[in-house]
Structures are given as structure tokens and as C-alpha cells.
Design a protein around this ligand. Structure first.
Ligand code: ATP
Ligand code: MG
Length: 211
């Protein structure tokens, strides 16, 4: 008898909980629907992926892959050329994505400032062309932030080019320590935080994962 009563009461409790859950979910859905209704503007976005953690460039390339999958025209400009060519290049070039890569090694390795500035400027001239091209839907400027930190490219010039780009063109900028002025101009900014990295435990950069 007692057991039966407790069964009935736990049944009632679970009905009550499920009704409460349903109500909470309905409220949440109403709020989300309202926010979706409010977001009506359509235009090109400026996205910044910065911070010290791993995942900035891969996020940028992931967005390029996503765009290409929808048939959009995409371009990649890499401001720091690593020792190894990144795996994304082989894949995305085959899919019609244009690539421009700065013709030096890691800047902190070359120790030739004049040569680095010239290389950065050359890639920046190409970047400016892309930022005027209405046929280009999405551009990834990978590691551009360092060019601004080192003052290899003029900040005002970058801001001017970004502000005057085609209205529907999306731009993604990656790299650590992004300049405040670019963050202010951006629509979406994510900071990737490092919790831990394999390299700190002596593990070598891995092909297909790190480049
Ligand atoms: P990824 O290209 O893997 O998305 P990222 O663009 O966020 O990395 P970068 O600062 O551009 O990071 O560095 C590129 C290389 O350095 C990659 O091989 C990456 O694994 C490595 N790396 C990134 N973050 C860290 C870190 N916190 N400590 C050590 N190595 C890192
Ligand atoms: Mg990177």
C-alpha cells in the first residue's frame, strides 16, 4: 500500500518535472525565436580569431571550407609562412580558393627587417585588391595581426581598406594580440584561450594537426 502510494507520488513528481521542463524549453524557444526575428540585417562580417590558444587558423580555414561548400568564392592570404606548407592549402586550392603566401619564413627567424617589410607590403598590395573585388565573397587573412604589431603594415590603411570593402564581403583575421582598433571594428571576435598544449610537454608539431 505504502509502496503503491509512493509510486503514485513519484509519478506525479515526474509529471510535474516534465511539465516544468516543457515550460522552460518553451520560454527558451520563444526568446531564441525573438532574437532570430530581430536579426534581419544581411551584410559581410569582419571576424577576428585571436588569443594564445590553438585553434585560430584552423577556425579560419574551417570557415573558408564552409563557404566553399556553399559555392562562395574564397581567398586566403597568409602573412607568416611556416616551415611546412599547411595541409589546408592542398585541399582548398583544388577547390578553387586562391592562396597568397608571404615569401619569407617565420618573421622571428629571418632577422632581416627590411626584407620582411617588403614581403609584407607585397602581400598587403594583393590583400587590398581582394578587398576591392566584389567577386570575392570571403577572405581569410591568416596571421595578419603580427604585421600590425610589428608595424610592417600601416594600421590606418588596413582599417580604411576593411571599411571600404564590398558590403557583402566577409573577412576573417587571425593571429595573437589583435590590435584594439581592429577588434573595435569587427562584428564577431573570439579569443582562444590556451588551457594546455602538447608542445609544452615536449611533443613535436604533428602533420595534419598542427600544420
Ligand atoms: P592552428 O593553426 O593549429 O589553429 P593557431 O593558428 O591557433 O593554431 P598559431 O599561433 O598560429 O596558432 O600557431 C601555429 C602553430 O603553433 C600550430 O602548430 C599550433 O599547434 C601551435 N600552437 C598554437 N598555440 C600554441 C600554444 N599555446 N603553445 C604551443 N604551440 C601552440
Ligand atoms: Mg595561426
Amino acid at each position: 500500500m505504502t509502496d503503491k502510494n509512493s509510486d503514485i507520488s513519484s509519478g506525479k513528481n515526474s509529471d510535474k518535472k516534465s511539465a516544468q521542463h516543457k515550460k522552460r524549453m518553451q520560454n527558451l524557444k520563444d526568446k531564441v525565436d525573438q532574437r532570430i526575428d530581430n536579426a534581419q540585417e544581411e551584410r559581410g562580417l569582419l571576424i577576428v580569431i585571436t588569443g594564445n590558444g590553438k585553434g585560430k587558423s584552423t577556425s579560419g580555414f574551417g570557415t573558408i571550407a564552409r563557404a566553399v561548400g556553399h559555392g562562395l568564392n574564397a581567398a586566403v592570404v597568409q602573412y607568416i609562412k611556416g616551415t611546412w606548407a599547411c595541409g589546408e592549402r592542398a585541399l582548398l586550392e583544388n577547390a578553387g580558393v586562391s592562396f597568397d603566401v608571404m615569401a619569407t619564413g617565420f618573421t622571428w627567424n629571418t632577422q632581416d627587417k627590411e626584407q620582411d617589410i617588403a614581403a609584407a607590403q607585397k602581400v598587403w598590395q594583393r590583400s587590398k585588391e581582394l578587398l576591392k573585388d566584389t567577386n570575392v565573397d570571403v577572405i581569410l587573412f591568416d596571421e595578419l595581426t603580427y604585421m600590425l604589431s610589428y608595424k610592417y603594415i600601416d594600421l590606418d590603411e588596413v582599417i580604411h581598406a576593411l571599411q571600404n570593402r564590398p558590403v557583402n564581403q566577409h573577412v576573417i583575421i587571425t593571429g595573437r594580440a589583435c590590435h584594439r582598433a581592429i577588434i573595435d571594428l569587427a562584428d564577431t571576435v573570439s579569443e582562444v584561450q590556451s588551457v594546455k598544449h602538447a608542445f609544452d610537454n615536449g611533443i613535436k608539431a604533428q602533420k595534419g594537426i598542427d600544420w
